[in-house]
Design a protein around this ligand. Structure first.
Ligand code: NDP
Length: 284
């Protein structure tokens, strides 16, 4: 039976270290990192994500402000708001909670955020930095996944990694990060012909498709490391993309849902906020 990679515990230890770091930086600069989260509309899931991020910030000494806007806000008004936050020297991180209402183009808003305050790492310049391998803000979920792999000492060099899903926020960036660590990376998606065959070859399997239990036990290579990014609500329960009970019998390491990638995404967001603060304020 495989070892469970406990994202909750790892996230807790990262947040503890960050809290000490924030205290030190505050003593050094007399300033605290400040994250502004912009929430448009009343989507309950978005509201709960934003509240969770806010609480996590406050607990480690990051000032967090939520700006709530009615979904009647126009794209121009939202751009103006983001630009004013870009100019505000007391703001170190800007996060616009996605998805935005249909009349607003997500990409246009992301493009407006100053690259150095883009704590989500979604700005095209940060994505370009990720591709090229130059310094930039890494997207939170892929960064958290890499931290988890590192925490259990998974060897990536020369290993076969399969990423199931090719979204801009998870699949593509995590594939880039695996490549950076010298894995041989395959990306599967909804048109992939023989997913089971691809999975069975994977030493490291990252499931990020958003399909409950689509990766069954017989798709896991014995001894593989399995990272389950999926969050699917089924009968009021959160279920991953991997059939955890069956897969843990085959895997060497596996993440649970909940308590795996989710808490690591938050920890990485906090790390990004502190990183943006240090860069903007020129702190070490
Ligand atoms: P998207 O819906 O943007 O992307 C899903 C990807 O999975 C697409 O590339 C799609 O392929 C692929 N896919 C869908 N069905 C299949 C299938 N049957 N076989 C192979 N590939 C398939 O999702 P996200 O990347 O935003 O999120 C993925 C999951 O991760 C979701 O459950 C989401 O809730 C969760 N998530 C969790 C986070 C966390 O912190 N724990 C953070 C972010 C996301 P195609 O491109 O061909 O359509």
């Amino acid at each position: 039976m495989g070892t469970i990679i406990d994202g909750k515990a790892l996230s807790k230890s990262i947040r503890k270290e960050l809290k000490e770091e924030v205290t030190r930086l505050q003593e050094q600069s007399n300033k605290a990192p400040h994250l502004v989260v912009v929430l448009v509309g009343e989507d309950p899931a978005s509201q709960s994500y934003v509240r969770a991020k806010n609480r996590a910030c406050e607990r480690i000494g990051i000032k967090s402000t939520i700006i709530e806007k009615d979904d009647s806000i126009t794209q121009t008004e939202l751009i103006d708001l983001v630009e004013s936050l870009n100019r505000d020297k007391a703001v170190h991180g800007i996060l616009v909670q996605l998805p935005l209402p249909d009349h607003i183009d997500d990409n246009t808003i992301i493009d407006t955020i100053n690259q150095s305050k883009d704590v989500d790492g979604f700005h095209p310049l940060n994505i370009a930095a990720l591709q090229i391998g130059t310094p930039g803000v890494l997207p939170a979920t892929p960064k958290g996944i890499m931290t988890m792999l590192e925490s259990v000492g998974v060897e990536l060099k020369g290993k076969k990694a399969l990423v199931v899903g090719r979204s801009n926020i998870v699949g593509k960036p995590v594939a880039q990060l695996l490549l950076r660590q010298h894995a041989t990376v395959t990306i599967a998606h909804s048109r992939t012909q023989d997913l089971k065959k691809e999975c069975l070859e994977a030493d490291v399997l990252i499931a990020a498709a958003g399909r409950a239990k689509m990766i069954t036990g017989d798709m896991i290579k014995p001894g593989a490391t399995v990272i389950d990014v999926g969050v699917n609500r089924v009968d009021d329960k959160l279920i991953g993309d991997v059939d955890f009970e069956a897969a843990k019998e085959k895997a060497a390491h596996i993440t649970p849902v909940p308590g795996g990638v989710g808490p690591m995404t938050i920890a990485s967001l906090l790390q990004n906020t502190v990183e943006c603060f240090m860069n903007i304020e020129n702190l070490k």
